[in-house]
Write a protein that binds this ligand. Structure first.
Ligand code: SF4
Length: 211
């Protein structure tokens, strides 16, 4: 199982220093602590799509109060750890979702609500709605139901928190490892006209950014 506590130069240099000084156990303890803190401080970008968006206000306000679990809303993707895709996605919405997801900094997570992001739901034969979100961006937790109640959304938060706490491999790592698969699928439905351009490899800028 891969650790969730990695991915930055700071983390790897800290790990090397601790290992050099024979403090590998210290790193393991810190890793557990960081994963626990990370699981209890999840910032969710304000983004609503599909019918399930209407479940967000009660989830985040006084009745269900997601903040007591450390899950709070933020206005911009660059500050966010989590995006909740709360229902069906038209291709034109998918374009914005990809852009938003790519603006979020790692580690980052995706929760979806309802059957539409799994298999298209009641839009399975629509000409302009995607069938399987995981072909375009990686999904960490699916919350099923049409539409799921706030209790189910909160259960989704608990599942995600457990996965982060346990250091399980996350969707953003899968996205980086299988970037070609995701980019090919994105191009297939959106064409090359997206900003940032598909012609630029944003993960390989030091080599000229040639995809
Ligand atoms: S799963 Fe149901 S409630 Fe959710 S977006 Fe689809 S049709 Fe709407």
């Amino acid at each position: 199982m891969e650790s969730g506590f990695h991915g930055s130069d700071l983390d790897s240099s800290l790990k090397c220093k601790l290992e050099e000084s024979g403090m590998a156990n210290t790193h393991a303890i810190m890793e557990k602590a960081v994963n626990w803190f990370r699981s209890r401080s999840i910032f969710v970008v304000a983004y609503g799509t599909g019918c399930g968006a209407i479940e967000m206000p009660p989830t985040f306000t006084s009745r269900y109060d997601a903040e007591r679990m450390g899950v709070v809303g933020v206005a911009t993707p660059r500050q966010a750890d989590l995006i909740i895709l709360s229902g069906y996605l038209a291709y034109k919405t998918l374009r914005r979702v990809i852009r938003t997801y790519e603006q979020m900094q790692r580690p980052k997570y995706v929760i979806t609500l309802g059957s539409c992001p799994i298999n298209g739901g009641m839009y399975w034969d629509s000409y302009n709605t995607i069938k399987k979100l995981d072909d375009y961006i990686p999904v960490d937790v699916y919350v099923t139901g049409c539409m799921p109640r706030p209790e189910s959304v909160i259960e989704g938060f608990v599942l995600l928190q457990e996965r982060i706490k346990n250091g399980e491999k996350a969707g953003w790592q899968k996205y980086d490892e299988n970037l070609k698969f995701y980019k090919d699928n994105q191009k297939r439905v959106l064409g090359g006209h997206i900003d940032p351009s598909y012609e630029t490899d944003w993960y390989n800028l030091e080599n000229g950014g040639v995809a």
